[in-house]
Design a protein around this ligand. Structure first.
Ligand code: C2E
Ligand code: CA
Ligand code: CA
Ligand code: CA
Length: 277
């Protein structure tokens, strides 16, 4: 009897989680069609450690659902991928980010802004066209747009994706390998990829000051990245000690809560003005 109760409990629990996800998918569909969108972008600076300036940002999506709660981006991005919504979601992101970048250009702030892509985006036949048309429709240059994708996204349909990335790179877009070091990273592969930037995954950075092994991994990844001609970014920089270590290791860019959390475009500019002054 007890076993049956337990079983029921778990099934109910799963149903609930399942129904919640279905509801989120439906709501996300609506959100993508809404005129006043409940989706918005946050921006997080990447500090140029060679100049001490902020010249790059990462755009990160946010969603406040009908109940007024933030939904975890990892959760709804995953759902969007499974529900076939990611291509339209990414289009929304691309337009939003390019409009914002144009607005900053007009204000005299020229940043390189990174957009996160999913495997399905880069494999989509219309992707390059959409991205290029959107850039051309705005006063933004291709070199201001960075595309972040993981090695796993690249590996999914490698020949096609590599060809597409080469094309994008030749158009001037910046290509970045995200979450480097976790999963099936391979040095041999990195050598043959048309990429410009390497982002060391935050799991190696979060406790950098406490962990000698992480320091060894990070230092050698940076020097490897440099040998391959790549700009290296460390994400998840939460304290001064890790920033100093990254500086010692000659890391090119640092990104993390220690500098700034991801914030709205308005808040970012406020922060930027005090930072630069
Ligand atoms: P990601 O691309 O690896 O983004 C970095 C994540 O680390 C972000 O989480 C960011 O807020 C967080 N982060 C930044 N600095 C720190 C730090 O110092 N400490 C810690 N603990 N975390 C830090 P977020 O915004 O929750 O996004 C999670 C993931 O969702 C992203 O990981 C990315 O894979 C995905 N994502 C976010 N926005 C988009 C988007 O517009 N499109 C797509 N396709 N995926 C997105
Ligand atoms: Ca990213
Ligand atoms: Ca990352
Ligand atoms: Ca990621």
């Amino acid at each position: 009897y007890q076993e049956q109760v337990l079983l029921r409990f778990y099934q109910d629990g799963e149903d609930e989680a399942y129904l919640y996800k279905l509801r989120l998918i439906e709501e996300l569909k609506e959100a993508l069609e809404c005129e006043v969108s409940p989706l918005f972008m946050n921006y997080q600076p990447k500090l140029n450690m060679n100049t001490g300036k902020i010249d790059k940002l990462e755009a990160l999506i946010r969603w406040i659902n009908k109940e007024g709660n933030f939904v975890n981006p990892e959760l709804f991005i995953d759902l969007a991928e499974k529900a076939g919504l990611i291509v339209s979601l990414t289009r929304w992101v691309i337009l939003e980010v390019i409009q914002q970048t144009e607005q900053w250009n007009k204000m005299g702030y020229r940043f390189k802004v990174a957009i996160n892509l999913s495997a399905q985006d880069i494999q989509n036949e219309q992707f390059v066209d959409y991205l290029l048309t959107t850039v051309n429709d705005h006063q933004v240059s291709t070199s201001q747009i960075t595309l972040e994708l993981t090695e796993r996204d690249i590996a999914e349909n490698e020949a096609l994706v590599v060809a597409r990335l080469s094309h994008l790179k030749s158009l001037g877009f910046v290509i970045s390998v995200d979450d480097y070091g976790i999963g099936q990273s391979s040095l041999a592969k990195l050598k043959s990829l048309p990429v410009d930037e390497l982002k060391i995954d935050k799991t190696f950075i979060l406790k950098l000051e406490q962990c000698q092994k992480d320091q060894d991994i990070v230092a050698s990844t940076i020097s490897l990245g440099h040998k391959l001609g790549l700009s290296v970014v460390a994400e998840g920089v939460e304290n001064k000690e890790s920033l100093m270590l990254l500086n010692d290791f000659q890391c090119d860019y640092a990104q993390g809560y220690y500098l700034s959390r991801p914030v709205s475009a308005e808040k970012f500019i406020e922060w930027y003005k005090t930072y630069e002054s």
